[in-house]
Every structure is written in C-alpha cells, then in structure tokens.
Design a protein around this ligand. Sequence first.
Ligand code: B12
Length: 137
Amino acid sequence: MVKLALHAAAVLLPLLLLQGVLTENLNLSPIEVVVENSLLGAAPLTYSTHVAYRGILIGALRRLMESNAGFTFTSTEHPDYGAYLESVNGLAGSDEDRTYWELLVRTPDGKIIRPDVGIGCYIPREKERIILRLSRW
Ligand code: B12
C-alpha cells in the first residue's frame, strides 16, 4: 500500500510541477525594456522580459533583474504614489542635477506615451516597449 502511494507520488509530482510551470508561463506576456541615457551620450540598451497577466511593471523589472541580463534598478517608496524609480543600471537621478528616470511607453502602434502613474502602478500590455529615460526636469 505504502509502495503504491510512493509510486503514485513519484509519477504525479513531476506532472503537477510541470503543469505549474506551464500555467505560470502561459500567464506571462513579452515586453521590452529600453534604457536611454542620452544625457551621458550612451547608446540605448534593450532588454526582453515578461509581465504577468494584468501585472505591474515593477514585477517585470524585478523579473528582468533576477534573470541576470545585466539590468539593475532600485526604487524608493512614497507613501501616496508607491514606487519611485530611483536608479537604473547603477545610475541614480539627482535632485541636485534635476535629473530623474522618466517612464515612457512605446505602444505596438508606435505611439510614445508618458504614463500618469509610476512603475508600481503601470500595467504594461503585451508587446509594449517600456522606455526608462534619464531626463531633466
Ligand atoms: C514635481 C513632480 C515631479 C518631479 C519631482 C522632482 C522633485 N524632486 O521635486 C519629477 C519630474 C521628478 C516627477 C517625476 C514623475 N512623476 Co511626478 N509629480 C510632480 C508633481 C507635479 C509635484 C510633486 C511635489 O513636488 N509635491 C510637493 C512635495 C512637498 O510633496 P512630496 O510628497 O515630497 O513630493 C514628492 C513626490 O511627489 C515625488 N514624486 C514625484 N512624482 C512622483 C511619481 C511617483 C510615481 C512617485 C512614487 C513619487 C513621485 O517627488 C516629490 C519630491 O520628492 C506631482 C503632482 C502634484 N501636483 O502633486 C506629480 C506626480 C506626483 N507625478 C506623477 C508621475 C506619474 C510621475 C512619473 C511617473 C512620470 C513619468 N511617466 O515618468 C515620474 C516618476 C518616474 C520615476 N522615476 O519613478 C503622478 C503620480 C501619480 C501616481 N498615482 O502614480 C503625479 C501625481 C502627477 C500626475 N500625473 O497626476 N514628478
């Protein structure tokens, strides 16, 4: 009896794990993240990542950072507006220099929009290109 139960577990467990992996992947949509730093004259860097169904951008950025593709970011928490994107790839915006990481989005039909929410609230759609641009205010 015990042997039978162990055998069933050995067969079922990998199947359940595989199903979990597939379900998770089916809920992910591809997006691109472009880091632009024209203030320092650097060439744009493009990364690929995935966003969960109706998931927020910061989740996709974390996933990208954890994939070790060479992308890093840090954020701070504002009590009213949530996550503020503080630095990208080791470079922080600066109040003194009046620079910040601006969040822009290139939609699949080529329009560039400037979301009126930050990385903790923006919900990317499939095939959008997220642009993180070091800008001056
Ligand atoms: C000035 C300002 C900025 C300046 C702040 C410069 C500075 N250090 O002073 C700059 C240009 C950097 C900025 C950037 C952005 N901003 Co702004 N900003 C404002 C504004 C007009 C005034 C804020 C202020 O000075 N309040 C007075 C001080 C005393 O209060 P405070 O709490 O200390 O203010 C701080 C926060 O507001 C913070 N901050 C500013 N913008 C944002 C955005 C987010 C998402 C967070 C978490 C914090 C934050 O910076 C202020 C200074 O430290 C408000 C609108 C308003 N009238 O309140 C929008 C506002 C806060 N910003 C907004 C947005 C969306 C952005 C951006 C995401 C825009 C973009 N697409 O890039 C970016 C942030 C990107 C990032 N790196 O995460 C939204 C936030 C809405 C939301 N629910 O998320 C607001 C409400 C405007 C709007 N669309 O209605 N912003």
